[in-house]
Design a binder for this molecule. Structure first.
Ligand SMILES: Cc1cc2nc3c(=O)[nH]c(=O)nc-3n(C[C@H](O)[C@H](O)[C@H](O)COP(=O)(O)OP(=O)(O)OC[C@H]3O[C@@H](n4cnc5c(N)ncnc54)[C@H](O)[C@@H]3O)c2cc1C
Length: 297
């Protein structure tokens, strides 16, 4: 698997690049949509693409199948998400082995949430793992992988406070993580403060902001839900009055996201990681506006 490029290698340049995230298809129709988007984004040369790992069995197979196809049939650098939910260590080894077998060298190692209720009590598999940190160690022990982890600008909802949250993030780096992708946030400062906390803890880490193209009221609600924070009134006052006008909402939402990304680029972030929801149009528009696309695209 050593001839496959790593995420870290793709982020080595001085300029900010972009990457894209998809979720595994549920059925044939979903799969067709996913693949159209993957092909549409391929010519934009994202630094890497990732596919999330679901809580259920069939979507997990979908992740492995789709990432295998990306590795073998496209020019894209694939990164597979993996969570510890419901898996014994033996099963985790097996999934990691399946990723390696198709040439996937990049893994985003996550603890995951309890299935059903993400805020419910975390019960580890009796022969499984408790924290993402342990999954980082496991992946690292199994081969020459480039490993990413998650980070939380407002702190993970289960963390007692920001200091403990930072400590646990730093532990994931010390366990061998190469980079972290941050959960969604609203203002550039929210991400920059996370970066400052990690730096203050003496950790020289590669931190990547996660970006949601705000095209619809639904994507705004999803951003609020995932971020674990309330949206600032400046953003709500800008977008909520347009809730019944899809075209105007999309235009204003993408303007707001462009401004956020411009600030992050000016701050020297290595990569902007876009949540695509398996559609490519908004991401293509944004990266074109931000000048992150090779001339031939
Ligand atoms: C970029 C990104 C991608 C994601 N992709 C997926 C996906 O594909 N599939 C999916 O199901 N979910 C995904 N998630 C969601 C993620 O699984 C959840 O947020 C989950 O609740 C936490 O996972 P983690 O890896 O951050 O856990 P951890 O890093 O293990 O942290 C979980 C909690 O435990 C604390 N903690 C960590 N280590 C220790 C320790 N040693 N001792 C005590 N406490 C500790 C942390 O501070 C935190 O509060 C993603 C999240 C992000 C940001």
């Amino acid at each position: 698997m050593s001839d496959m490029t790593t995420v870290v290698e793709r982020l080595r340049g001085d300029a900010t690049v972009f990457s894209v995230e998809f979720f595994p298809p549920r059925d044939a129709a979903d799969e067709a949509i996913l693949w159209r988007s993957i092909r549409e984004l391929e010519s934009f040369d994202p630094a890497y693409m990732s596919i999330t790992y679901g809580a259920g069995g069939s979507s997990r197979d979908g992740t492995i199948r789709s990432i295998a196809r990306v590795a073998t049939e496209t020019t894209l650098v694939p990164m597979a998400h993996l969570t510890a939910v419901g898996h014994s260590v033996a099963e985790l080894r097996h999934v990691i082995g399946s990723y390696a077998a198709v040439g996937v060298r990049n893994i985003l190692a996550l603890r995951g949430d309890p299935p059903g209720d993400p805020y419910g009590e975390w019960v580890p598999h009796p022969n499984g793992l408790n924290y993402a940190e342990e999954l980082v160690t496991l992946v690292r022990s199994l081969g020459d992988f480039c490993v990413g982890v998650s980070a939380f600008p407002y702190g993970h909802p289960r963390s007692a406070d920001l200091d403990t949250d930072t400590l646990h993030l730093v532990r994931k780096f010390r366990a061998g993580a190469d980079f972290a992708i941050a959960q969604l946030f609203f203002q550039p400062e929210d991400f920059l403060r996370l970066r400052d906390r990690v730096a203050a803890a003496g950790c020289e880490a590669l931190l990547i902001p996660g970006i949601m193209p705000l095209t619809t009221p639904r994507t705004l609600r999803k951003t609020i839900e995932l971020s674990g924070a309330s949206a600032p009134s400046s953003l709500l006052n800008r977008l909520e009055p347009l809730s019944d006008d899809p075209k105007a909402f999309r235009a204003e939402g993408l303007d707001a996201v462009t401004e956020l990304c411009e600030r992050l680029i000016a701050e020297g972030v290595p990569d902007l990681h876009f949540y695509t929801f398996n559609r490519s149009k908004a991401t293509r528009e944004l990266v074109s506006r931000l000048g992150l696309v090779p001339a031939r695209a």
